[in-house]
Design a protein around this ligand. Structure first.
Ligand code: ZN
Length: 338
């Protein structure tokens, strides 16, 4: 089947044109987080012909994701596929002409240099401010444009950060308090709110990619798809005393005081264990006497009522069934290692 006409409708749109389409093919974008917003961003930009997408996500597909996470299907949820892997497979099925590099990983100060290396734009598909401040510090330090995007309930908010030009995330939002629960998805969400914010952010990324910098929005845009409340606040100037873009004090990049264990909402706790490669075959033998165990190439799941432990090959774990980090830590120590 010939696909030479794949982008014909987009090329017809004057501001993209043949030249813009060629630019898109050369553009390298990282999407951090591939839940609802990240899925929609990845779907739009891969269909639009962005030549290289790096998709970074720490989680796996569950049935409750299917209401809004447009790249996943029931088979992905049944297999508990890591979202990054499932996204790359799905994209390959509708656009095999671009490169997608999936990383089933949590973006942290330890791996941010590696995971965000050699891209031109970073897009926010995360669900927490800890990761967003990390992206902000990294992007400001490297002069890399990035786009903040968030959706909760029926409300969506997005902002383009152009280092050296506009305000950054830390200019607009003061740093969130440490040690407080940062939830992923506890307030509910309409799929239209996340698809709205992803559509706006993906379009801004396309403008950057084709060189239409004068058309890039310089406001913090918020819109509630249910109440129709709308706001657009100017962000064309950095705040004079901003910690990140003015004082260049990149505390989040340094990762000071960052816990190795964190709550990720949904009655779950994540344990970021480094340097503990897990052999799934071996672990299955060890855990079988204690509960049900199942694994594929990417994750291992272990059920020990009332908990469900999901292990990744690098030793990272998500423990479901508790919000108590001490319980999660002790389960991990008992069944995986201390
Ligand atoms: Zn700033």
């Amino acid at each position: 089947m010939p696909f030479s006409e794949r982008y014909s409708r987009q090329v017809l749109f004057g501001p993209v044109g043949e030249a813009g389409q060629a630019q898109l093919a050369k553009t390298r974008i990282a999407i951090v987080g591939c839940g609802a917003t990240g899925s929609a961003l990845a779907s739009l930009l891969s269909r639009a012909g962005v030549g290289y997408l790096r998709i970074i996500d720490r989680d796996y597909v569950e049935p409750s994701n299917l209401q809004r996470q447009v790249l996943f299907d029931e088979a992905d949820a049944a297999e508990s596929l890591p979202k990054a892997i499932a996204a790359a497979r799905k994209i390959a099925a509708f656009n095999s002409e671009i490169t997608v590099e999936p990383h089933a990983a949590d973006l942290t100060p330890d791996n941010v240099e590696e995971l965000l290396a050699e891209v031109e734009i970073v897009l926010d598909g995360t669900d927490n401010f800890e990761t967003r401040y990390l992206i902000n510090d990294f992007a400001i330090s490297r002069n890399l444009p990035w786009i903040y995007a968030a959706g909760v309930a029926s409300y969506a908010v997005t902002m383009n950060i152009l280092p050296g030009e506009t305000a950054c995330l830390a200019c607009v939002f003061p740093d969130s308090p440490r040690g407080v629960v940062e939830t992923c998805d506890t307030s509910g969400i309409l799929n239209s709110a996340v698809n709205f914010v992803a559509s706006v952010a993906a379009t801004e990324a396309m403008k950057l990619a084709v060189g239409a910098r004068d058309k890039v929005r310089r406001t913090l845009l918020s819109y509630d798809v249910w109440t129709n409340d709308y706001a657009s606040v100017k962000t064309d100037k950095p705040r004079a005393d901003c910690r990140a873009c003015q004082q260049r004090d990149f505390v989040h990049l340094a990762g000071e005081g960052r816990p190795h264990i964190s709550l990720c909402g949904r009655n779950s706790v994540q344990i970021h264990e480094r340097q503990r490669p897990i052999d799934f075959e071996d672990m299955t033998r060890r855990l079988s006497p204690h509960g049900a165990v199942r694994h594929n190439e990417f994750i291992l799941k272990f059920w020990r009522e009332p908990y469900e432990l999901t292990l990744f090959p690098d030793g990272r774990a998500i423990i479901k069934g508790t919000n108590d980090t001490a319980i999660a830590r002790s389960l991990y120590a008992r069944y995986v290692g201390s």
